[in-house]
Design a protein around this ligand. Structure first.
Ligand code: ADE
Length: 236
């Protein structure tokens, strides 16, 4: 599975992606190619941006430069990868989008914008002709799409076979069944005058499972009424 990042700040990568289980799988189950968008500038100053038509603050990334970088990235694939523009204007990322993205075995290309944004024409062109998606990681603005791309990569690759040691844990955790996960405890059985719930020490798997479902439902209802509503609707 090849993941290509288009960025003006290639030194940010692999960063967090080279650690933990994802890092262990890097080079084995997935590969990372980091491409500097500046390499596709056409003038001697290696210009990647220009002032916005109509005036206003900031700079806009040039369509020809971004287009050439995307074409180069796509030439590294035999199938059609997921092409993803990270932007606060995108669809809000979640568990089910992560699963969809990971299902494309051709891989992923991430376009990470900086400055005030990217010329709209190159975005429209790639959305229309190459099914480019636009994804946001939440309703706030970051300086660029690099950290958001890492979020999407990590959440998506967790669904890829072999990345997690225990394949069951992806389906067992928060959001997989529409609920937040139940609380977890480990030794000691008493800490700071607080005991681990008795049922977890009982060895009765049926009781433990009932308790966990009950606590998942209770937590979801209190912290995420939006998820709780969807969950209840899905069960009727
Ligand atoms: N780039 C800047 N802010 C972003 C966000 N919230 N999500 C995705 N990409 C972004």
């Amino acid at each position: 599975m090849l993941v290509t990042i288009l960025t003006l700040f290639p030194e940010i990568f692999p960063g967090a992606l080279s650690h933990s289980l994802l890092g262990k799988a890097l080079g084995r189950l997935w590969d990372l190619k980091v491409v500097n968008i500046r390499d596709f500038a056409t003038d001697k100053h290696r210009t990647v941006d220009d002032t916005p038509y109509g005036g206003g603050a900031g700079m806009v990334m040039k369509p020809d430069v971004v287009n050439n970088a995307l074409k180069y990235a796509l030439s590294g694939y035999s199938g059609m990868p997921e092409i993803i523009h990270m932007t606060p204007h995108g669809k809000i990322f979640n568990h089910s989008i992560a699963k969809q993205i990971s299902a494309n075995s051709a891989g992923m290309i991430f376009l990470c914008g900086r400055y005030e944004g990217i010329d709209q024409r190159v975005i429209d062109y790639w959305k229309l002709n190459y099914n480019m998606r636009e994804i946001s990681i939440g309703d706030y603005v970051l300086f660029g799409g690099e950290i958001p791309a890492m979020v999407v990569i990590e959440a998506s690759l967790r669904f890829s076979k072999g990345v997690m040691h225990n394949e069951n844990s992806v389906e067992d955790e928060s959001f997989a069944n529409g609920l937040l996960e139940y609380p977890q405890y480990t030794r000691p059985a008493s800490w700071n005058n607080m005991a681990v719930p008795d049922v977890l020490l009982s060895g009765n798997h049926e009781d433990i499972s009932t308790w966990r479902t009950f606590r998942s439902e209770q937590i979801t209802q209190s912290v995420r009424p939006d998820l709780w509503e969807t969950y209840q609707k899905s069960r009727t």
